[in-house]
Structure formats: C-alpha cells, structure tokens
Design a protein. Structure first.
Length: 116
C-alpha cells in the first residue's frame, strides 16, 4: 500500500496521521498491494475539517470526501463509504463472472453417444 498525504493549512499532526493510517488498514485488506491511497486534509474557515481519500487500483478509482468538526469523524465516514464502494465493485465483478460461466454451460452441447 502506497500512501500520499496532502495537507492544506495547519492540519499536519502525527497523532491524526497515525489514526488515518490505522483506519486505512481496513481498506488495505480489500485491495491489492499495488493500490495507491491519496489523502487530502484541509481545515476550512469555519473550523471544520475536510478529508478526501482516493484509492487507485488497477484502472479503478474510488473516491470519498467528508467535512465535519473533527478529522477522526471525517475519516471514519470516508473509510465506511470507500469500503462500501469497493465491496460493491467486487461483488459486481464476481456476479458478472458467474453469469458468464452459467451462459457457457447452457451453450455447451454434449453428444448423447459420448462416454465419460
């Protein structure tokens, strides 16, 4: 897992960075090792924090952002959203593969005289 952080404003904090890396480990289990995580943290004028996370995996791009009063709340929501996006994509691909296998079985014609 490769991670790239982009801090805007005065948001750089070792404690919050460690918290973000810990939360992203949940997503790391769902994607390949070649995935690139880009995390953008910024503090808005009204003292709220905006967190945007983009996950690039072999041609797929998953993205979520949230603005709340705390960085922890934002990252929790973003990780939940990304987890849903990734699992939905995985299940869609799995279902398409199963449909393809079923259609091949239907098209397969076996001669009655064949011996197995």
């Amino acid at each position: 897992m490769k991670t790239r952080f982009l801090y805007k404003g005065d948001t750089k904090d070792d404690q919050s960075t460690a918290y973000i890396v810990k939360k992203l480990e949940r997503l790391e289990k769902l994607v390949e090792e070649t995935a690139l995580f880009e995390i953008e943290l910024s503090e808005e004028k009204d003292n709220t924090f905006r967190v945007e996370v983009m996950v690039s995996v072999e041609g797929e791009l998953f993205r979520a952002e949230e603005t709340t009063a705390s960085i922890e709340g934002s990252i929790d929501w973003v990780v939940d959203e990304l987890e849903g996006q990734i699992t939905k994509t995985h299940s869609r691909v799995r279902d398409l593969n199963l449909r393809d296998e079923r259609s091949v079985k239907k098209k397969l014609v076996v001669d009655e005289a064949a011996r197995f």
